[in-house]
Design a protein around this ligand. Structure first.
Ligand code: CA
Length: 255
């Protein structure tokens, strides 16, 4: 895998460097912070990302990850769960205290993912080892696209009482105050609000909002709904907007 990767680096490195230098620094390619203590994995992943034109910085433990994050301000963090010094969960929590930067959490096995999602640390996506580097790069792109790209149709603000959703700016306001949402939380809220009153099962939401059909159960949706409620509901215990329809799923109540 490595030899294949390094063979490609030379071949495909040129367009990337042109992109970076050709714009006189006005528009750099996104910087990815790869946090991974297994050198071989870190190397392969970094190679694949660089081949696609990304700038890559690496950290091999949790403390180094925080240092690199603070000094380099990456556009996305690829975060291994099991790390020396402080683990991936704690790194994720610390980053979330100060930033909504997209975070993709890398876990040792699929079963761990649901547990981590349940902890609600606020990662944007989850990938279980072993993963295909190609798929990982595709995930990185998908998450960055969601986080940064304006939606294709810039819609008018959606107003529901104290709640205002601005699709064109990807902003949400509650009682006139901006609400901080992760990219995925915004996508979920926007999707539900654009289909007011319509009930969606967790699987349907995974399909519509999580554009990667990765292996997971609806627990992902449950956790995102819970976090959204804490952020946008006047009373998260008695939701006014994001209603649970027992045995069926969720709906956005516009009334
Ligand atoms: Ca590890």
């Amino acid at each position: 895998m490595i030899s294949f990767a390094s063979g490609e680096v030379t071949h495909r490195g040129a367009p990337a460097s042109q992109l970076i230098t050709g714009t006189a620094g006005s528009r750099q390619m996104p910087t990815i912070l790869v946090v991974e203590d297994e050198a071989i994995v870190s190397e392969v992943v970094s190679d694949y990302l660089r081949r696609d034109g990304f700038q890559v910085i690496t950290a091999a433990d949790g403390l180094a990850a925080m240092e690199k994050f603070n000094s380099a301000r990456p556009d996305l963090v690829l975060l291994d769960l099991m790390l020396p010094s402080i683990d991936g969960l704690e790194v994720c929590r610390r980053i979330r205290l100060q930033s909504n930067v997209p975070i993709i959490m890398v876990t040792a096995k699929t079963e761990e993912t649901d547990t981590i999602i349940g902890l609600g640390v606020g990662a944007d996506d989850y990938v279980a080892k072993p993963f295909s580097p190609k798929e990982l790069v595709a995930r990185v792109k998908a998450v960055l696209r969601r986080a940064s790209a304006p939606p294709p149709i810039a819609g008018d603000p959606l107003s529901f009482g104290q709640l205002v959703i601005r699709p064109d700016r990807r902003q949400v306001e509650l009682s006139g105050k901006a609400v901080d949402l992760t990219a995925r939380e915004f996508d979920l809220l926007e999707f539900l609000a654009k289909h007011p009153g319509q009930v969606f099962s967790r699987d349907e939401l995974l399909d519509k909002v999580w554009d990667w059909a990765y292996v997971s159960d609806g627990g992902t949706v449950t956790v995102h709904i819970r976090r959204l409620r804490q952020k946008i509901e006047p009373d998260a215990e008695r939701p006014r907007y994001l209603k649970t329809v027992w045995g069926a799923g969720y709906k956005f109540d516009p009334s």
